[in-house]
Design a protein around this ligand. Structure first.
Ligand code: CP
Length: 329
């Protein structure tokens, strides 16, 4: 694809070569993210960072990524601070804000809303999560992390075995990651969830059509003995009708050090898009795993900065100029 000026709305817009390009640029961003080098390649540029749902990682890492490239960040958080509460449409909001920004990142509770916003925007729009639909930049950083973790164990992505665990119906991160995996043809996926929270059928069909092997189960312990990646997810309470409904599923799939030791192979990498729900009644990924060197969740969050720097550099067409405007620290 031609990245310059493109909206990043869905994983479906990418081909394998695009993913390689993003990961190559992300690799080149490491000295800047580690502040061994400083670049001013986006000096004077403005990111409009608009988050209408809670976020810690995505919002702050988009902002940090833009700052690390030398740009400035303007934030809007919550509907209450936006004229959308006065009835302004997403289209009008986009027309206006794209006059003040060079690129816009947006999170919104309704599926399809970021694409609707992008129709009115005169600058690239990046989807930071639209309801239960997609979270494309999370999927990119997840696969980038998987590639790094596998490389550190002398492995590639060929024949990879991934288990996705938890609320696969509402989890936009696993939806996007499955769509990304559908670009590959030899990955084994085990989808572990309560039957009511299963991965949408159309996504399973896409995975199978691409040639990947998909197993669907509601059993955790017997399904994680032969995998490379255990990708845990939170019960997405905000997508249920009420808290009581979400409570029915909370805590059903807990991964802790005992279960890991008894059921997983010793090198199994543990991932989670975060936030993990640390309340006792939920606790899908126990704190007692924090000392486990295969717990990749914080490396995963760190990688978000690299991947988001790469996306900014590509859509603003400065990927080849980052070094030119740089200095050693
Ligand atoms: N993974 C993720 O999207 O985290 P936040 O909701 O904190 O942005």
């Amino acid at each position: 694809m031609n990245f310059t000026g493109a909206h990043i709305l869905s994983i479906k817009q990418f081909e394998r070569a695009d993913i390689k390009r993003i990961f190559d640029v992300a690799d080149a961003m490491e000295p800047y993210a580690l502040r061994k080098k400083v670049t001013r390649v986006l000096e004077g540029a403005i990111l409009g960072n608009m988050f209408f749902e809670p976020s810690t990682r995505t919002r702050v890492s988009f902002g940090a990524a833009f700052n690390l490239l030398g740009g400035n960040v303007r934030e809007t958080t919550g509907f209450e601070s936006s004229s959308i509460t006065k009835g302004e449409s997403l289209y009008d909001t986009a027309r206006v804000l794209s006059g003040y920004s060079d690129v816009i990142c947006m999170r919104h509770p309704a599926g399809g809303s970021v694409a609707e916003f992008a129709e009115g925007s005169r600058v690239p729009v990046i989807n930071g999560g639209d309801g239960p639909n997609e979270h494309p930049t999370q999927a990119l950083l997840d696969l980038y992390t998987i590639r790094k973790e596998m490389r550190s164990k002398g492995r590639g992505l060929d024949g990879l075995r991934i288990a996705m665990i938890g609320d696969l119906k509402h989890g936009r991160t696993v939806h996007s990651l499955c769509k990304l995996v559908s670009l590959f043809s030899d990955i084994q996926l085990t989808l572990i969830s309560p039957k009511e929270l299963a991965m949408p059928e159309y996504i399973v069909e896409e995975l199978r059509m691409a040639g990947n092997k998909v197993t669907i189960t509601d059993d955790l312990t017997h399904s994680i003995s032969d995998i490379d990646i255990a990708y845990s997810t939170r019960i997405q309470e905000e997508r249920f009708g009420n808290k009581e409904e979400a409570d029915m599923y909370r805590g059903r799939y807990r991964l802790n050090q005992r279960i890991y030791t008894e059921h997983c192979q010793p090198n199994t990498v543990i991932m989670h898009p975060l936030p993990r729900d640390s309340r006792e009644e939920a606790n899908e990924l126990d704190n007692d795993l924090n000392a486990n060197p295969n717990l990749a969740i914080f490396r995963q969050a760190d990688n978000g900065v690299l991947v988001r720097m790469a996306l900014f550099a590509l859509v603003l067409n400065v990927a080849d100029q980052v070094d030119k405007y740089s200095r050693e620290v």
